[in-house]
Structure formats: structure tokens, C-alpha cells
Design a protein around this ligand. Structure first.
Ligand SMILES: [Zn+2]
Length: 430
């Protein structure tokens, strides 16, 4: 939601804010750019829209830390109270309706220290904001809320929101999913399996308050080898996530991994070797893969080592061939499961630092008949909108008829439908 804020709106919000939380922005600015940021005459210095846009927009290739710095500008300038949340619902939905968007799911995330009361007040405000905006905009656009949970603190907030849904009809109506985003390194999807099973079981027993599970994975994988990064995507799908965010590792051209360090923890490698042993027959029929004997002996020797120590895998031509097989196998698994992949072209090109459009995985996803959507991620920061994102996908060589098919099918991937709250028949694509 907040990443959708257009530049001029953010500037106005900051100007009205009597105590911007500057340090959140300046610290990340200084860390990334290596120079001080003087906030003294901020609203005079950035009064010219093009100056503020330059500071706010992330419309070039750059590391995640630069993106974070831009996002921290939003956090610094905004108050994040109920009144503001409601205003932003209207501002963002007005802007998106102008771009002909008719349905959107907005993610919102609270600070790690937010208590139950804060979760309640903000969630209620967001739902009321969405309802008010829909009414002002004559129901020409529908907005739903997805709550992004923290990867290391989600059980309790999940219980809270289920309670809120019982208590407030409006929360039940507008809150349709939960999400996991932000840094993924250090949070293996296998750790969430039990939790996902619980959410799915709750969905079955209480379909009226069913929530979709959205999960960002395979977007950033600095801490592991390429095959493990692909395996994390499969594990997320097998665990029961409905939509997966980005999944670059799943379909990126294997050649792009040539310079990967190949360093990961022994336990990560053990999981990978075990996985390949378990799925050896299918892997072998898919393409070039590591031999069973070699996998078994590697497993035995790895088992002797400290699981939290690091190892280095050689990333050579052979590995890249096997990686391609592993990706193909993974895409087939995901196809079988029906999991939806959310691709966000600008975000992937800028944060994912993919240099060539032709290396973007979307084309491979489509060739493998995966269910995909095209999204704008944080359109405010990326200075984009859905139309531009579809145009970028077109530049990847995807035909107009295919793009139109993706657009139409996207309506079937709404959280309410994926979670089992509604059947797709009742809601034909608009
Ligand atoms: Zn995202």
C-alpha cells in the first residue's frame, strides 16, 4: 500500500507531518551513498517535483539496500496512523483507477514491535479506507487487504487477525490474505510448513474467513547456491503457499549464475543432496543431473561435517547444465501444484539487476505453462503502473494475445478464490 504512493502525494504527506522520523531515512541514505543527508531545509530543497521524484524513484538497476533507502523515505515522511492510512487508500486507489485498474490487493506491514491493539486499529483503518475509497470511486475499482507478517514473528499476529475477523465484519470482508516479504535469507520455507498447514486447515473449517498465503521467495539468494535457491521455491509451493513472489531463481537463464560464489552452509547442501536423491528418477528423465552414487557418497561425507560450517560448490559448465534440469523439474512440480507466480518486471530488472530483458524468467514460466500474474510491486517507488509492466513483458517477446490471456486469468488468482472463500464461477473476470 505505502509503496504505491505517488511522489507528489508522499511529498504532501511529509510536509503535513510535524515530526518526520528522519533518522530512518538518513541512516540508510548515509550507509548507501556514503554521504551525509541534511534534512534542514528539506521541503524547500525538494519543492520542485522533479527534485523530489529523483530522490524517491528507484528506476534504475541497483542493490536492495538502495531500494530500502527509498522505502525508508516513505517510512520517514509518513505518520502511519489510522487517519493517514485511510487517506492513502483513497489516494492510491484514485491513482490506480485512472490507470484503469479494476481490482487490487494491497499489502500492508506493521513494525516488528506493533502490539495487538495496533494491529487491530491499523487493520480496521485500512479496511475502512478501502471501503470508503470504493464508495467514492463508485465501485469502479475494488481493493482488498493482505497483511504482510514478519518472517520470524507470525504465529501470534495470525491468531490476532483471525480474532479480528470474527469481531469485525469489515475486516473479514476486506482482509483476504497473508504475505511474507522482505529479506528471505535465513528463513527457509520448510520452517513454515506446519504453519501453512494450519492456515489451510483453518481455511477449510472456516471458509468465510479463509486467507490466501502469499510468499516471496527466490528473489534474493545471496546465501546459497543456485540449485538451493530453486529448491526453496519448490518447497514453498509444496508447503502450500498459493502465490509466490518473484521466483527469479526458478527461471533465470542458468548462464547468469556463472559468477555465483557457490558458497552455502553444509546443512543447505545436505538438504539439496537429499532432495536430489529423493527425486532422482524424475530428475534423470528431465535432463543432465548428478549421478545417484555421487549424491550418496557426497551425502555421507557431508554428514561428517559441522552443519553450520560453509562449503563451496564449483559452479562450472556441468553445474549449469544440471541447474537447467533442476529448474525444469521445479517448474513441472509447480505446474502440477497449480501455484501462481507473481512477476514484477520493473522490480525484477531494478532490484534483481537482470541486465537483459530476454533473461527475465517470465518467458520460461509461460513456456512451462505456469500460472503467472504481472504486477507492479511498489509502483510509487518504481515510478510504474500495470500498463507499463505489461509493456515491459511485451518487450520480453511475449505476444499481445498471451499478455491478454494473463490479464484475464489474473482474476482467477484473487486471494479469495485461491483460499477457497469464493468459487471462480461466482466471479467472472471483469
Ligand atoms: Zn514484492
Amino acid at each position: 500500500m505505502y509503496g504505491c504512493i505517488p511522489a507528489h502525494t508522499l511529498f504532501d504527506i511529509g510536509k503535513m507531518n510535524t515530526s518526520p522520523r528522519w533518522s530512518i531515512f538518513t541512516e540508510s541514505f548515509e550507509k548507501f551513498y556514503g554521504k551525509k543527508f541534511d534534512t534542514g531545509k528539506f521541503f524547500e530543497n525538494y519543492a520542485k517535483p522533479e527534485n523530489f521524484r529523483k530522490l524517491y524513484h528507484f528506476n534504475h538497476r541497483g542493490p536492495f539496500s538502495e531500494f530500502q533507502c527509498k522505502f525508508n523515505l516513505i517510512i520517514a515522511l509518513s505518520v502511519f496512523d489510522e487517519k493517514e492510512i485511510k487517506k492513502i487508500c483513497l489516494d492510491v486507489m484514485t491513482e490506480q483507477l485512472e490507470k484503469k485498474v479494476t481490482f487490487a490487493e494491497y499489502r500492508i506491514m506493521y513494525s516488528p514491535g506493533e502490539d495487538k491493539d495496533g494491529y487491530f486499529r491499523k487493520t480496521l483503518a485500512a479496511c475502512e479506507g478501502l471501503r470508503e475509497a470504493e464508495s467514492v470511486l463508485k465501485n469502479e475499482i475494488q481493493g482488498k487487504l493482505v497483511l504482510s507478517l514478519h518472517r520470524n514473528n507470525f504465529q501470534e499476529p495470525y491468531r490476532w487477525v483471525k480474532e479480528f475477523m470474527q469481531k469485525e465484519e469489515i475486516i473479514q470482508k476486506y482482509l483476504t490474505g497473508i504475505d511474507f516479504c522482505h529479506i528471505e535469507e535465513g528463513f527457509p520455507p520448510s520452517d513454515k510448513k506446519e504453519f501453512f498447514q494450519k492456515v489451510l486447515a483453518d481455511n477449510v473449517s472456516n471458509p468465510e474467513s479463509a486467507l490466501s498465503i502469499l510468499y516471496h521467495v527466490g528473489e534474493s539468494f545471496q546465501d546459497k547456491s543456485p540449485k538451493s535457491a530453486v529448491r526453496w521455491v519448490i518447497e514453498s509451493a509444496i508447503s502450500g503457499a498459493h502465490r509466490l513472489g518473484h521466483c527469479l531463481s526458478l527461471g533465470l537463464n542458468p548462464e547468469l549464475f556463472r559468477l555465483n560464489s557457490g558458497i552455502e552452509l553444509v546443512k543447505e547442501r545436505l538438504d539439496q543432496v537429499q532432495f536430489e536423491i529423493d527425486h532422482y528418477e524424475l530428475l534423470r528423465t528431465t535432463g543432465e543431473t548428478q549421478e545417484l552414487d555421487s549424491l550418496r557418497s557426497e551425502f555421507d561425507s557431508l554428514s561428517q561435517r559441522e552443519i553450520n560450517s560453509q562449503i563451496k560448490i564449483a559452479i562450472n559448465a556441468r553445474y549449469l547444465l544440471q541447474l537447467k534440469t533442476f529448474q525444469d523439474f521445479a517448474m513441472a512440480k509447480i505446474k502440477e501444484k497449480g501455484t501462481v507466480i507473481e512477476t514484477c518486471p520493473s522490480s525484477n530488472l531494478f532490484i534483481g539487476m537482470i541486465e537483459n530483458l530476454k533473461d527475465h524468467p517470465l518467458k520460461r514460466f509461460l513456456d512451462s505453462n505456469l500460472n503467472v500474474t504481472i504486477g507492479s510491486d511498489d509502483p510509487g517507488i518504481f515510478d510504474t503502473n500495470l500498463k507499463k509492466e505489461y509493456e515491459l513483458a511485451g518487450e520480453m517477446g511475449i505476444s499481445l494475445s498471451k499478455l491478454d490471456r494473463i490479464r484475464e486469468k489474473s482474476f482467477e488468482y484473487k486471494s479469495e478464490i485461491l483460499s477457497g472463500r469464493q468459487t471462480s464461477k461466482n466471479h467472472p473476470s471483469g
